[in-house]
Write a protein that binds this ligand. Sequence first.
Ligand SMILES: *[C@@H]1O[C@H](CO)[C@@H](O)[C@H](O)[C@H]1NC(C)=O
Ligand SMILES: *[C@@H]1O[C@H](CO)[C@@H](O)[C@H](O)[C@H]1NC(C)=O
Ligand SMILES: *[C@@H]1O[C@H](CO)[C@@H](O)[C@H](O)[C@H]1NC(C)=O
Ligand SMILES: *[C@@H]1O[C@H](CO)[C@@H](O)[C@H](O)[C@H]1NC(C)=O
Ligand SMILES: *[C@@H]1O[C@H](CO)[C@@H](O)[C@H](O)[C@H]1NC(C)=O
Length: 411
Amino acid sequence: MRFVLVLLLGVASVLCARLQGSQLNEGQVLTVAPRDSDRFDTKAVAAPRVFFDSRRVLWVMYYYGKSFKFIEKHPDVTPLPTGYVGLAESADGIAWRRLDGPGEGGSVLAPATKKGAWDSAHVGVGDVMLSDDGKSKYTMYYFGGSLNDGLPSPSNASNTICGFPLRIGVATSTDGLNWRRARKPLLELAPSEKGWSGEGWPQFVQLNETTSLLYYHSQANFSAPFVVTAAIHQGKRGKWKRLDYPLLGAGPEGTYYSRGVGTRWVVANPNYNASSPAANLSDAGRALTLSTSQWWMFGESVAPSPNEHTISLFGSRDGFSWGSLYTLPVLMPRIGVKGAADSRFVGTPNAVVRNEGKEVWLYYVAVRQGEAEDPFDVKETPFSIGLAICKIDGDKIDCERVPSPLVPQTE
Ligand SMILES: *[C@@H]1O[C@H](CO)[C@@H](O)[C@H](O)[C@H]1NC(C)=O
Ligand SMILES: *[C@@H]1O[C@H](CO)[C@@H](O)[C@H](O)[C@H]1NC(C)=O
Ligand SMILES: *[C@@H]1O[C@H](CO)[C@@H](O)[C@H](O)[C@H]1NC(C)=O
Ligand SMILES: *[C@@H]1O[C@H](CO)[C@@H](O)[C@H](O)[C@H]1NC(C)=O
Ligand SMILES: *[C@@H]1O[C@H](CO)[C@@H](O)[C@H](O)[C@H]1NC(C)=O
């Protein structure tokens, strides 16, 4: 009898250890590189951008990150997890292997070394795509800031945060590893945006044969709400032009986006039926639902604490005018769950439609609550990349974090 009890207890404690291990790391698919390595991403990894690379015949993930070395060298540069852009690859989209790029610390894009360059302080990836015209050319829309620019810190106006305002740029590559950047930013800041924190996290979306949008977000200052807007490109030639009006602003008080939507990812609804009566475009008064939205936006919704950064879903019939689809976010941080990878924030969503439109694989950055109040405190390593699989059923969506393929980290 005693023997059985001991055995049972033994089994129970093994089970608990397993459960705890998987709970702590549930969803994590990429964590920071070992601190003593020469990698660019020892301090942070964020903003996964995943797509199936038909040239490599593998899934690829571009992301940005920064190292402890970078912070020591540039203590004044923004504490955002930006710095460098890197690349990882995967056969299934869950187990990832880092690749070594030709840039500093194994990055594929590093801050420009030319003095005073607009992207000399830090860079971050917005979007990467492989053109389907058979020429195997990759295009990256990225953002960054200059060592020559800065804005007053919101906590102490006599300190300058370097690397703002943010601007958007473009780079091209034939192999996805070696990138050539355009000398000038793709968009210059609008005169009306003087003093703004800039424009960042661009995403390219082709609306139809003739029209594309480059979504980005902007903020008047560090305490102003986040505003989603876009630049538009029409016809074969022609330039990107700002729309100069917000596509999605801050939601009403009490909503999960009462301080606006920052980083975001737009995908076409894979199950959209344009000829169904529910999708009647002239019936503009009808509230959008998941199935009647032609476009979906997974947005990093921002609100006062405790759920400051969550991921919420918005819908649109035309890509321009957006509305909230649910009262609750589709992915929430696990506030108060000690040691959870996302006990503070979830953000930088990236949505990949899979399984014939029945699933959306939602990659995101997970930020753990560190000991310090400031989530960007250099003593912490709270950033990792997570994955939740969202099952789509009519107007329902249900996102569940995947069990992590990684070895649980010791706290
Ligand atoms: C603000 O920063 C300045 C310069 O670093 C410093 O001298 C001052 O003490 C700071 N003020 C506060 C309130 O922290
Ligand atoms: C493409 O979309 C734009 C913006 O909604 C619209 O003005 C244009 O007429 C559309 N073109 C086609 C060919 O549908
Ligand atoms: C920041 O922007 C908001 C909204 O535009 C404005 O109300 C506020 O006065 C600005 N604050 C500062 C310090 O400029
Ligand atoms: C789309 O909706 C139309 C009208 O209701 C229907 O006849 C058609 O079968 C639907 N198509 C699909 C693929 O569901
Ligand atoms: C779309 O809605 C309008 C106005 O409600 C109606 O007149 C029209 O017949 C509808 N069209 C279709 C295809 O359902």
